[in-house]
Design a protein around this ligand. Structure first.
Ligand code: KG4
Length: 336
């Protein structure tokens, strides 16, 4: 069985092929066009997907060493995401499934991130055991998910305002760093003092997150300090990055601690773009080691939006023969 995965929910066009043996290819075309605007421009993203999708799928098939006629099924991201971007992947997947007369399965992008830990490179690669908790942190989401099975997932807590990635990106912008700022903060934080500055942490009940107060606190710290010293940012950039990263990690782990108390699990995973952050990866590993929990830290290639996770999530739906009708529209918003 060969499954083609297609991902086009935001600004990465990706295609991947998996078989029962594991991953055969995972091709990602990132869109540089958004950098100069300091964020993703939806219309430009859709156009770039249209340009990229055919060559990206062709390359994924080539790297997998198969022809399109050998495909058994197509899995595509149906949502959540930018509607125009999703339409490109959805329409392409539908067209190809009609042309090849093979089944189509729709995948919830968030399920994909959680199930990215099931992507096998070798048939005997280990995978997480259910139930496990997944901290899903990206530019659009910050959620604590309880995965009871491949299909049964529950959101235990989520952000009530900004996502963790937005906190990284918006604060990075205030420091004059390019978009997306998360990786730049990560790099700078390695050279800075994470205790030098203190920023506000939210006090909200339950397992929900909030990052908008941190952003405001960061902004006010800069505003006040710049009045005293116009070169404050240049002189303190690494320390500001390190302190910001530490605060975000503290906020993430505080709720994660509560989550594992309320839902004791033996395995814990992270996923989404922010799970590429070196500080987050280290802190989650330590958090798990301290509690005797097995930590699942994804390969960096599977942290960002990728079609391998879509193909993997689609594989589980295919096993249940849960196909997608051809008139199914993409959805911009949907829960896990
Ligand atoms: O999952 P993702 O690729 O897509 C969206 O949700 O859009 O996540 C992108 C987010 C951005 O906010 C980016 O700054 C952040 O992930 N990110 C990072 C790192 N790499 C990507 N944040 C902190 N440290 C990183 N190394």
């Amino acid at each position: 069985m060969y499954i083609l995965g297609i991902e086009s929910s935001c600004d990465d066009t990706s295609a991947a092929v998996i078989s029962e043996e594991g991953l055969l290819s995972n091709v990602i075309a990132s869109q540089k066009v958004h950098e100069m605007y300091g964020g993703v421009v939806p219309e430009l993203a859709s156009r770039a997907h249209q340009e990229n999708i055919v060559p990206v799928v062709a390359e994924a098939l080539r790297q997998a060493g198969i022809t399109k006629q050998q495909l058994s099924a197509i899995a595509f991201t149906r949502g959540p995401g930018l509607l125009g971007s999703l339409l490109v992947g959805t329409s392409f997947a539908k067209g190809l499934s009609i042309a090849l007369d093979i089944p189509l399965v729709d995948v919830n992008h968030l399920h994909g991130h959680v199930l990215s830990h099931f992507i096998r490179k070798q048939p005997d690669d280990e995978v997480p055991e259910f139930p496990f908790i997944c901290l899903l942190i990206s530019g659009g989401n910050s959620q604590i998910v309880l995965a009871r099975s491949e299909r049964d997932m529950e959101i235990l807590g989520k952000t009530i305002d900004d996502a963790a990635g937005e906190a990284f990106d918006k604060c990075a912008k205030l420091l004059g760093l390019p978009y997306p700022g998360g990786p730049h903060i990560d790099r700078l934080a390695a050279e800075g003092d994470s205790e030098k500055f203190k920023f506000a942490k939210p006090h909200i009940p339950g397992l929900d997150y909030s990052f908008s107060g941190l952003k405001t606190s960061f902004l006010y710290t800069l505003r006040d300090a710049l009045k005293e010293d116009p070169e404050f940012i240049e002189k303190n950039r690494a320390d500001l990055a390190a302190s910001l990263q530490k605060t975000i990690i503290d906020i993430l782990l505080d709720k994660l601690g509560k989550a594992v108390k309320e839902h004791p699990v033996k395995h814990l995973a992270i996923g989404g773009g922010v799970s590429a952050n070196s500080g987050v990866r280290k802190a989650v590993k330590e958090f798990c080691d301290k509690r005797g929990i097995k930590a699942w830290i994804p390969e960096r290639a599977f942290t960002t939006d990728n079609a391998a996770m879509v193909a993997q999530a689609g594989y589980f739906k295919l096993l249940d023969k849960e196909y997608c009708p051809l008139d199914a529209p993409p959805y911009s918003r949907v829960s896990i």
